[in-house]
Design a protein around this ligand. Structure first.
Ligand code: SPQ
Length: 430
């Protein structure tokens, strides 16, 4: 457990920078490359611990994967080319690896076991095992298959129509990966649109998958054909620098080559409602994913209410949004975000607990939080804790630009899950 010291008072954020590759897209590039026919090459792969867990698991499943820095080469043998793993598949801290791999392995003709770290093994897996059981999957795990360690007895699957109670890209993607191996057409309906990287990337691999409103359809028995993938910068990582530049007067920052998939950029919608103006420069599309350079200036903000369809589009940005709201004029209310309770930590509780320590007026509610803005008021330095959650750690790192004394972040190493190098970036760059 490592303390990270953030001494950032008076810092401004100027110039140009880039952020590491998108975590969601990096995971999917390795999983889909592994079940494609031929050699897939990936550029800009995120070297975060979560994505390295996905490489490790797919390698255990018999796929040859070579890595040279951020370049990854995956020698796929098709959907029937995976082999029974000789050991437990360790998914580490990564919910995405766990849920997507469960869907994939439920249709494979062998036995496998997945397990993760303490946080991962407390996160619900029955959101995927329940519908997958209806497709014919067999699972054994703690509390009737709710939690990992989880055994998967793969076999023949049949298509289902599933109405998901949550807008979750992990649930959707897990069922899509099972659906590709099922007889018939699988349809998945979600309450709001969740991130759609799986659908976009499958199209790049030559698969037909249809989306109409919030319903997705995929037929079993399709072949994936290897391709080349360029991973854009992760909007969720950029969000910490967007926040830092917005709340520090005198900042003017360009973050280059960031993914701006609309299913991910709910934070931009909310910031616009708060009166911020963020320019999207040089907009383009790469591998079915929209990309741009973001231009952010320090600005004053007003409070807002955040709820409904935007929530899945900014779910991972809520911790940093809570900090931004503490600098806005008025009371910000975040609702409909109960999903935060089943992330790496209960993020409603950890955000409120840690921000309260440094003097933010914030209250938890069952499905979100209420933040009283106190612009131009210094926050308190001292000891804070990531609770092993990368997004809580980075949010607190940014908070240090507002504190009268340095912030000492306990369990700072958690940040490496999605943004290795964040500390150096943040403390040295600009
Ligand atoms: O992979 P993991 O641990 O679930 O990571 C998180 C994160 O903050 O990085 C959530 F804790 O992101 C999820 C995200 O919340 C990544 C993801 C994906 O790549 O499909 C989808 C979202 O989760 P969900 O449950 O809404 O589908």
């Amino acid at each position: 457990m490592t303390d990270y010291v953030f001494d950032s008072k008076g810092k401004t954020f100027t110039g140009e920078m880039t952020v590491p590759g998108d975590k969601s897209i990096s995971h999917r590039s390795v999983m889909l490359g592994s079940i494609a026919e031929g050699t897939t090459t990936v550029e800009g792969f995120l070297l975060g611990e979560d994505c390295l867990s996905t490489i490790r698991c797919m390698s255990e499943l018999g796929v040859t994967i070579e890595r040279d820095g951020e370049h990854v080469t995956i020698h796929g043998n098709g959907l029937k080319g995976l082999t029974e793993p000789k050991t437990v598949l360790d998914v580490g801290n990564s919910g995405t690896t766990a849920r997507l791999i469960i869907g994939l392995l439920s249709g494979q003709p062998f036995y496998s076991v997945i397990s993760g770290d303490r946080s991962l093994n407390k996160r619900p897996m029955d959101r995927v095992t329940k519908p997958l059981k209806n497709m014919g999957g067999t699972f054994y795990g703690r509390e009737n298959g709710r939690y990992a360690p989880l055994s998967i007895v793969g076999g023949a699957l049949k298509a289902i129509h599933y109405q998901s109670p949550v807008a979750s890209a992990q649930v959707k993607s897990s069922l899509v990966l099972a659906g590709l191996q099922a007889s018939g057409e699988t349809t998945i309906e979600e309450p709001h649109l969740s991130r759609d990287h799986t659908e976009r990337m499958l199209r790049a691999f030559g698969v037909t998958i249809e989306t109409e409103g919030t319903t997705h359809r995929v037929k079993g028995g399709q072949t994936l054909t290897a391709t080349h993938i360029r991973v854009p910068g992760d909007f969720s990582s950029a969000a910490f620098f967007i926040a830092a530049a917005l709340i520090t007067p005198g900042s003017e920052l360009i973050i280059k080559n960031v993914g701006i998939n609309p299913t991910r950029t709910g934070l931009l919608t909310v910031l616009e409602n708060m009166g911020a103006s963020i320019e999207l420069l040089n907009q383009r599309e790469e591998n079915f994913e929209p990309v741009a350079d973001l231009h952010i200036k320090g600005q004053s903000l007003k409070a807002t209410t955040v709820s409904g369809e935007v929530i899945p589009r900014l779910i991972d940005e809520i911790p940093i949004l809570a900090l931004i709201a503490s600098q806005a004029e008025g009371t910000t209310v975040i609702k409909d975000a109960e999903e935060l309770r089943v992330k790496e930590t209960d993020r409603i509780q950890t955000v409120c607990e840690e921000l309260t320590k440094i003097g933010v007026q914030i209250e938890p509610t069952p499905d979100g939080m209420i933040i009283q803005g106190q612009p131009r008021t210094s926050l308190k330095g001292g000891r804070v804790k990531s609770h092993g959650d990368h997004r809580i750690g980075m949010m607190l790192g940014v908070a240090a630009v507002l504190t009268d004394q340095p912030l000492i972040l306990e369990e700072g190493e958690a940040i490496a899950v999605s943004f290795p190098g964040f500390y150096d970036f943040f403390t040295k760059n600009k």
